[in-house]
Write a protein that binds this ligand. Structure first.
Ligand code: GRF
Length: 200
């Protein structure tokens, strides 16, 4: 039996990049059969870009403000990603909603991580939403990306308890730790062919 070929990932980021780091660490530890071909941030100076460069991964900024509309921004993302021949797209803290222009370029092969047990608490400030609501259990979700906000088909979820005395920072940190494991686990499942591209 021939070994499966590595995933060729394009990773979109906007911020700190701790999930990107978890993916890079798993690859360099030899526990994830993947290559990160390109990291793109829509925000200049995002720490995620530095993490990519430190791992000698190509990283560039494409500012959404530089485009007249969402479709033009998405077209620029697609062009950059096609040049490096990626086969899966990972949204790792990417704070933009993608248009059909982007979705149709990588059909069924775009995944996102979100810091709640979807469909609870989609959108921004998921940990704050969980605290405000008073849930005792929240978590994180990896899902396929569709045209909506955190609304695509769920691939995997993991629960995280809300502890007495939690604030947004402490709950966010606890969720983050679990996110890093879950994201890498899902990518391993994809690399092994046990999670297939979504056919909607
Ligand atoms: C994560 O909580 C992720 O679920 C959400 O944005 C955050 C990104 O964190 N989509 P980081 O940039 O990976 O540290």
């Amino acid at each position: 039996m021939t070994a499966p070929s590595p995933l060729n990932l394009g990773v979109l980021v906007s911020g700190a990049g701790s999930n990107l780091q978890a993916i890079l660490d798993a690859i360099s530890a030899g526990t994830l059969n993947a290559r990160v071909k390109l990291v793109i941030s829509n925000r200049p100076g995002a720490p995620a870009l530095e993490r990519a460069r430190a791992a000698r991964i190509s990283a560039l900024t494409i500012r959404h403000q530089d485009f007249d509309n969402r479709e033009a921004f998405d077209a620029a993302l697609v062009d950059a990603l096609r040049e490096v021949d990626v086969n899966w797209i990972v949204l790792a803290g990417f704070m933009r909603v993608l248009t059909p222009k982007f979705l149709s370029a990588f059909p069924g092969r775009i995944i996102n991580i979100h810091p709640s047990l979807l469909p609870a608490f989609p959108g921004v400030d998921a940990a704050k939403q969980a605290l405000d609501y008073g849930v005792k259990l929240t978590g994180c979700t990896v899902h396929f990306v569709d045209h909506g906000v955190d609304s695509g088909r769920i691939i995997a979820q993991r629960a995280v308890p809300v502890e007495a005395g939690d604030d947004v920072a402490s709950l966010t940190a606890r969720i983050h730790g679990v996110e890093h494991q879950l994201f890498v686990d899902v990518l391993r499942e994809i690399a092994a062919g046990r999670v297939l591209p979504f056919e909607g």
